[in-house]
Write a protein that binds this ligand. Structure first.
Ligand code: 13P
Length: 261
């Protein structure tokens, strides 16, 4: 079972889906149905256009809001970008960084993710730092090499005492949106390796406290077995977070599987 000292964290990454009205309706239903889960962190990541409205809708609730990306600078001449300081100003609490879709389609690299990680922590936000290998990398036996490189880049500019407060997300690219979930044993193996690496780069306390989410085709029917693993502290959910019933079920079963209910 996941370590009871680490609060489960379940996040819905809505990616580039939903109109404002649809997002508000979904956020409202999730807020109403997840209100009783004080033992877990529940986070929704809408498109940036909807952030302010969703933050306002979720005010005074136990559901927090994440951005899906941000720029590394606090401000400046960066047309089209959004800064971590501006996100914090809106009431956003988390930022997903280095998602594989951003690495794949928008040229994000390990060094850039590290810079963004630093500036989000400086702005008082919690980064959700994503790592994960492609199918070709897994088949070539390079999973741990790739994940370690991405992890080192993501944490490069953070101090040991800061790392315990961030969130990591292991999302194997071959499991994202494919319906092909990593088995709990596959996920646990990589999560344990990530935690060992954090211990060697940032110390035992950081490794003990840092929460590591699994992402990639998480559904109500596989969340419990994933959460039963020692180093899986939550989930970053894509497709199944776009439906209130399935996301609320994921949260409910994760809390239950963690022995918190
Ligand atoms: P799916 O849950 O749709 O596979 O997406 C996972 C993901 O990319 C979350 O960030």
């Amino acid at each position: 079972m996941s370590n009871p000292n680490r609060r489960p964290i379940l996040a819905g990454n809505w990616k580039m889906h939903l109109t404002l009205a649809e997002g508000l309706a979904l956020a409202t239903e999730i807020r109403n149905r997840c209100g009783r889960f004080r033992q877990a962190d529940v986070v929704l990541a809408p498109v940036s256009l909807a952030l302010l409205s969703i933050v306002e809708r979720l005010a005074d609730s136990n559901v927090a809001v994440a951005a899906q990306n941000c720029h590394a600078a606090a401000k400046g001449a960066f047309t089209g970008e959004v800064s971590p300081v501006q996100l914090r100003d809106l009431g956003v609490r988390y930022v997903i960084l280095g998602h594989s879709e951003r690495r794949q389609f928008f040229g994000e690299n390990d060094e850039g993710v590290g810079k963004k990680g630093r500036s989000t922590v400086d702005a008082g936000l919690i980064p959700i730092l994503c790592v994960g290998e492609s199918l070709a990398e897994r088949e070539a036996g390079r999973t741990l090499e790739v994940v370690t490189r991405q992890l080192d880049g993501a944490l490069a500019l953070l101090l040991p005492e800061e790392v315990g407060g961030v969130v990591l997300a292991y999302e194997p690219v071959w499991a994202i949106g494919t319906g092909r979930t990593a088995t709990p044993a596959q996920a646990q193996e990589t999560h344990a390796a990530i935690r060992r690496r954090v211990a060697s780069t940032h110390g035992e306390d950081a490794a003990k406290n840092v929460r590591i989410q699994y992402g990639g085709s998480v559904k109500p029917d596989n969340i419990a077995e994933l959460m039963a693993e020692a180093d899986i502290d939550g989930a970053l959910v894509g497709g199944a977070s776009l439906d209130a019933d399935s996301f609320v079920n994921i949260v409910t079963r994760a809390v239950h599987a963690s022995g918190l209910e």
